[in-house]
Structures are given as structure tokens and as C-alpha cells.
Design a protein around this ligand. Structure first.
Ligand SMILES: [Zn+2]
Length: 539
């Protein structure tokens, strides 16, 4: 600037810098918010790749500060958001911008903001509202070693993280008021509200005060229980083995035979999420304001069951431009993804599952940034045996060709990762009249013990579940007692080399469930049977 040297007021330029964050996908990224109050025509400029929603912060911040009873500087205010390449979306930067302006003009002591990451949306009346992604932002803050200041509803979620300073807005209210004690719950919402009178905080659950603090949490519905399922002994066993080893499972059977009924019971068999898993999954669900948050917070693995008309982006996420969409596979992270009518899903959607099935995540590359969406889920597939889907006992109207082709729509690379395959038949009348089956809780206990056994054995390799163990590692172990069965199947062409690996993985899970230190011929025989060698699945 050529006229800079002639500016006598240069020394009176006021400056402040605070930290905030934006969400990209399900991860929060730090944004530096710098404010300069300098000479020039009064006005407010925001620079640093803001999208329109951040552009609108100009009006929200200026009006909120005035309506809260403070003065807006009658000078040139420049807000710089960095790093420049990062897309900045949403209203969550409002509070940080307002705090930086108040600090730059000396209204707010910068020491109240130091070492904190500040997030929240401002309304025109000066109230502060929650934005999605509290836990993701808290994780980001912990990673860089700072605390967080956020509205109560967000703070309640962020407090799940140990070792993180979480300040409710009350602390900032006190700081704005020169250290005076904040008044009751209302002060939390009207962060920038003047100390006497002023705008009342807006009512409603989105205001700063935490609704978690005030209302008892609604109890969750009990999970569907296997005790309600009659018959289906083979399927019950397959579900138990799948849950114990983390194996993907595919089942085929006529409509109404009970495929969904069985699949829905998987979450009740899986162990509850560990604390670390709960935080990771809740960060995902908090980022998209998902209705499953309460269930995840209670430690339940998610059960995501999309309709077969779902599109590719909705399924795996991604999208285009600055937008990073979170897909259903990410909502199923550490839980179950159930594809009913699997053969009816478009081939492109099924193929898109390959990356998450292989890597446990989706990586989105964009100019200037990269987003990683976690997507480590257990896949359950179900299908009718043919396109017409005859009722149990009914006649199939399909040509033999159509029947043969139907299941091959589920392509080899997907089916290749499915260790357990199953053909269901309708339970007999005697089975339906028979005694109730074992309850999920009883089976879950066996599953937990088997998982502990596997985790202990696999710890050296860094795995937790048999399903994740690479084939090369399996083949280096001493062959199990029944491995002649595998050699036999391999020689006769009934098993491919990769098929042998899959059977070995399942055999180890069977051994874990049976309390054996390594598989015996019974375990290998069961694992072979769980591949459904005479059923509808091929490949
Ligand atoms: Zn048919």
C-alpha cells in the first residue's frame, strides 16, 4: 500500500486472532480467524475462500453484536479466514468472528479466548446456536492441544472426550461482562447479551443451554431379539459365527422367509461399542445431525438398511465441488450395513462398495484438501433366489437363464469378500410350534468371549477380528486338523485359493466360539458348510 507510510493511525490498528473450525465430511479442520480494525471506509470484508453461508456471517455478526448492546467499530473491519485453500462452509464461524472483533476493539479480554477453539452460530438477536459436528470439533481441538468453547448442546457432546477443556458459553459471558458472574441458564444462550436487560434468549432446543442437561434422555427401544425367531437353526448359527468373527454374510431365500428378521437381530449380537468406537461413531453421526445419535451414545452399533433405489453418492458419499457428502457406509461405521434385495441394487452402487470393503474408509480428493470418511462396517446381503421372488411354496415364473443370472448381479469382487453364505428355507410347522430359540443376550455372551480370544491371539499382528486377517498370514499358521477337507475341495475345484482363505478365517472363528486354541476338523467342516457349497451362491 503506497499510502501506508503516510498513515499516522497505523499504530492504532487493532488486531486479534482466534481459532475456530469447519467440518469437511465428518472431520473438523482448524480455521484461523484474524480480525483487523483499521483505517478506511467503515465496512466489513471477509477474505479466505468463504462460501455464501460464511459471507452471510457479515450481516449476522454485525447485527448480533449491535443487538447484544455492544458497538460495532465505525472503521474498516477485515476478517481473514485461513488456511486459504480450505473451503469454509456453514455458520459455525460466526461466534469466533464476533469474539475476535470484540477482542480487537478491546471489549473482550483476549486471554479469555487464548488456547481455545470457538464454535457457534449467531442469530441476529445475539443468541448463540449449535451447529453440527461438536464431537468432530472437540477431537480436532484435542489433537492440536487446545480446549473448546461452544454452546451447551454441543458442549454436552464434546464432554465425552476425556482430557479436553470444554467451556460452556457461560465462561465467555462472564468474560464479556468483565468477570461478573453469569446469570442462570438464560445467560448461556444470550452469550453476547448485555449484563442488564437486553434481548431474552430465544426459546427452543437449539439455544445455547443444553437440552441434555435439562431433560431426562428418552429410553431406547429394546433391540430385536433372536428369541423371537422360530426355526432357522442354520441361520442362527451363521449369524453367531458372523458376529463373532466380523465376517460379512450373504443369505438367499424366498420372500417372507425371514431374511430381514434375521439381519435386524445382528446389532443385538454384537458387543457394545468401546469408548473409542463410540466417540468415533458419534463424531460421524453428530456431523450430519443423525437421528441415531442417542443409540450410538448408548454404545449400540448402527444398523443401516438402504433401499435398493439408493444412488452411488448417497451410498458411499463424496459428491462434487467443495461439498463432501457423508454416505450411508460411513453412517454404518463400526456397525452393520444391510442390503436387502441386494441383486436389485444398481451395479455401480454395489461396485462402489469395493473401496470401503477393502480399506475401511472412503477417501475424497479435492483441490486444496482431502477428506477421509471412515467406513468399516459388517456387510449383510439378502436376496430372493430369482427376479420373480415367488412366495414360500409358490411357483417360480422365471426362465432358467434368468434364475441363473440373477445372483451374478452381485459381482465377484463383492461376493469375494463375503465369508459366510447361506440358503434359507421356510421353517416347518413343527419348528414354528417349537420352543423359543436362545435369546440374543446369551449368544452375545459367547460372541464376546470368542472375540476376546481372537483379539488376544491376533494382537501381535494388530488385528481384532478373524475376518480382517490377511490370507498370507493364515497360510503361514500350522494347518488345522481338518485341512485335508480343504485340500480335497481345492483339488476338486470346489474351492478357489481365496475361497480356502475364507474358510480358514471362519474355521478360526468357530474354534474361538468352541474354546479351542486352534481349529479342529469339526471347525473346518462347519466353516465349509457355512460357505453353502450346494446352495444358490456361486463364485
Ligand atoms: Zn422366479
Amino acid at each position: 500500500m503506497p499510502q501506508a507510510s503516510s498513515m499516522p493511525q497505523a499504530s492504532s490498528m487493532q488486531h486479534a486472532r482466534v481459532r475456530s473450525a469447519v467440518l469437511i465430511g465428518v472431520q473438523a479442520h482448524v480455521v484461523d480467524v484474524e480480525v483487523d480494525i483499521g483505517v478506511g471506509l467503515p465496512g466489513l470484508a471477509i477474505v479466505g475462500l468463504p462460501d455464501t453461508s460464511v459471507g452471510e456471517a457479515r450481516e449476522r455478526v454485525r447485527t448480533a453484536i449491535r443487538n447484544a448492546g455492544f458497538t460495532w467499530p465505525d472503521r474498516r473491519v477485515t476478517v481473514a479466514l485461513g488456511p486459504a485453500g480450505l473451503p469454509k462452509r456453514g455458520a459455525g464461524l460466526d461466534l469466533a468472528i464476533a469474539c475476535a472483533v470484540l477482542a480487537a476493539q478491546g471489549t473482550l479480554d483476549p486471554r479469555a479466548l487464548a488456547g481455545m477453539l470457538i464454535v457457534g452460530e449467531l442469530r441476529l438477536d445475539g443468541t448463540v446456536h449449535a451447529v453440527p459436528g461438536a464431537l468432530a470439533m472437540a477431537l480436532c481441538a484435542r489433537e492440536i492441544g487446545v480446549g473448546v468453547i461452544m454452546p451447551g448442546r454441543m458442549a454436552a457432546e464434546a464432554r465425552l472426550l476425556p482430557g479436553l477443556v470444554v467451556r460452556h458459553l457461560d465462561a465467555l459471558v462472564a468474560a464479556v461482562r468483565g468477570g461478573g458472574a453469569p446469570d442462570g441458564g438464560g445467560g448461556a444462550a444470550a452469550l453476547l447479551g448485555p449484563s442488564g436487560g437486553g434481548a431474552a434468549p430465544a426459546p427452543g432446543p437449539a439455544t445455547g443451554a443444553s437440552d441434555h442437561d435439562r431433560h431426562p434422555v428418552t429410553p431406547l427401544e429394546p433391540l430385536p431379539d433372536l428369541a423371537d425367531v422360530r426355526g432357522h437353526d442354520a441361520a442362527r448359527l451363521a449369524l453367531e459365527v458372523a458376529a463373532a468373527g466380523g465376517h460379512h454374510l450373504a443369505m438367499v431365500g424366498p420372500p417372507g422367509v425371514g431374511k430381514s428378521l434375521l439381519a435386524e437381530r445382528m446389532p443385538g449380537l454384537l458387543p457394545p461399542l468401546t469408548d473409542a468406537e463410540r466417540v468415533a461413531v458419534l463424531a460421524v453421526h453428530g456431523a450430519v445431525d443423525s437421528p441415531l445419535r442417542a443409540s450410538v451414545a448408548a454404545g449400540r452399533p448402527t444398523f443401516i438398511a438402504p433401499h435398493h433405489t439408493v444412488g452411488r453418492t448417497a451410498m458411499v458419499g463424496g459428491g462434487s465441488g467443495m461439498d463432501v457428502r457423508v454416505g450411508l457406509v460411513t453412517l454404518a461405521h463400526r456397525g452393520v450395513l444391510f442390503l436387502d434385495e441386494a441383486a436389485e441394487f444398481p451395479g455401480s452402487v454395489l461396485d462402489a462398495l469395493r473401496q470401503p470393503l477393502e480399506a475401511g474408509r472412503i477417501v475424497v480428493h479435492r483441490t486444496g484438501f482431502r477428506a477421509t470418511l471412515p467406513a468399516e462396517f459388517q456387510l449383510l446381503l439378502a436376496s430372493n433366489p430369482c427376479p420373480c421372488g415367488p412366495p414360500p411354496g409358490g411357483q417360480c415364473a422365471c426362465t432358467p437363464h434368468a434364475r441363473r443370472r440373477y445372483l451374478t448381479r452381485i459381482s465377484g469382487p463383492i461376493l469375494d469378500r463375503i465369508d459366510i453364505r447361506l440358503t434359507l428355507r421356510a421353517p416347518s410347522r413343527a419348528e414354528l410350534r417349537g420352543p423359543a430359540g436362545e435369546a440374543s443376550a446369551t449368544i452375545a455372551t459367547r460372541i464376546r468371549v470368542a472375540r476376546e480370544r481372537a483379539a488376544h491371539r491376533l494382537a501381535a499382528g494388530g488385528w481384532l477380528l478373524n475376518a480382517r486377517v490377511p490370507g498370507a498370514h493364515l497360510r503361514h499358521l500350522p494347518p488345522p486338523a481338518g485341512s485335508h477337507l480343504l485340500d480335497d475341495a481345492l483339488d476338486r475345484g470346489r474351492l478357489s485359493p481365496r475361497g480356502v482363505d475364507r474358510v480358514l478365517r471362519v474355521a478360526w472363528t468357530c474354534a474361538d466360539l468352541n474354546g479351542r486354541s486352534r481349529p479342529d476338523s469339526d471347525d473346518v467342516g462347519l466353516a465349509l458348510a457355512l460357505r453353502d457349497p450346494h446352495g444358490a451362491w456361486t463364485g
